[in-house]
Design a binder for this molecule. Structure first.
Ligand SMILES: [Zn+2]
Length: 112
C-alpha cells in the first residue's frame, strides 16, 4: 500500500537525520510552523488533508509531500527534494516532480 511505502521512506530519511513525518498537522499552514525551531536539516511531511487522498480507496491513491530544509536556501531545498524523491522511488513509488522548490512531489503507486 502507498502509505506503508511512504512511511518506509520516511523511516529511512529519519535515520539519515531528516525531520520526516506522516500525518503532520492539518495543512501546510500549520505544518511548517510546528516544526521545532531548533531542528537543522532536511524536512519532509504530508499533512492530514493529504492523508485523506492517500487513504482513499481506489486503484491509484496519491499524496503530495511537502519538503524543505531548515536553512531555507534554494540549493538545500532542491537537494532535499531530490533525496526525498530517490527515497520514495527506492520503496517502489511512482513520483511526479518538476524538480523545483515550489512544487511538491506527487507520489502514487503507478503512473496512470
Ligand atoms: Zn492547518
Amino acid at each position: 500500500m502507498l502509505r506503508q511505502k511512504i512511511e518506509a521512506a520516511f523511516d529511512k530519511l529519519t535515520r539519515e537525520g531528516w525531520f520526516a513525518k506522516s500525518d503532520w498537522q492539518c495543512c501546510q499552514g500549520c505544518g511548517w510552523p510546528a516544526i521545532p525551531t531548533d531542528f537543522c536539516g532536511p524536512i519532509a511531511f504530508f499533512h492530514e488533508q493529504d492523508a485523506d487522498q492517500l487513504d482513499m480507496v481506489n486503484s491509484n491513491p496519491s499524496c503530495c509531500i511537502a519538503f524543505g530544509h531548515s536553512d531555507k536556501t534554494p540549493e538545500s531545498t532542491i537537494a532535499a527534494g531530490e533525496r526525498l524523491v530517490a527515497a520514495l522511488k527506492a520503496e517502489g513509488c511512482f513520483v511526479k516532480w518538476d524538480g523545483t522548490e515550489n512544487t511538491r512531489p506527487t507520489v502514487s503507486l503507478h503512473s496512470s
